[in-house]
Design a protein around this ligand. Sequence first.
Ligand SMILES: [Zn+2]
Length: 244
Amino acid sequence: MLTEREQTRYRRQLAMDVLGPRGQEELKKSSLAMVGAGGLGSAVGLYCAAAGVGRLVVIDADRVELSNLNRQVLYGEEDLGQEKALRAQRRLAALNRDIEVEGVVAEVTADNAASLLQDVDVVVDCLDNFAGRYVLNQACLALNVPLVHGACTEMQGQVMTIIPHQTACLRCVFPRPPPSRPSPILGCVAGTVGTLQATQAIKLLAGIQPGLAGKLLVYDGHYLTWDLIEVEKNDRCPQCGGTA
Ligand SMILES: [Zn+2]
């Protein structure tokens, strides 16, 4: 049940037919892990905390640098040199004290993924490299937890929701990692992609359809266009092939 305070806090979204008190209670009971607390994670964390996702686990091994601040709006200059996961925990807890926020200073690896992600209802990929994304993809397949992928570079971005063993996984669509290097990025483009990931995650947790699973959404911030591309499972995928 929602407290009186929560009913006031979430008034503007409780009034939505598609969410309502039932969807809000589902959000309150749910838990989400965001892996990466950078440009994508800033938007995911802020909007999921504001919306009332009951438990947020923020996982990141890095510290805040000055060159992060063009896009990582969770942080300010007073956070420079501090661990992102812990500063994000503090910021999100300050935004909403009716939820639980847990900062974990760690990099998700094949060895620790299962223990870090075992109790969550959805994982949001806010990483910046495909090696880490493949680890997340594999862990979510093994744990049977939905994964909301997001990525961006310069003025382009993409979002995809993966339902393990039902839809294409990340590796079905991206069988080989693109070159890994720090890419140029306009901060608000990362914010747009992260906001779309938050929307998808909140819908998954609250049971709102359509989930848009099995589709890759591609955003072009230069021409301000969106494309929704159907993606198919690859039976020979090294990560999910033959497991459907
Ligand atoms: Zn696959």
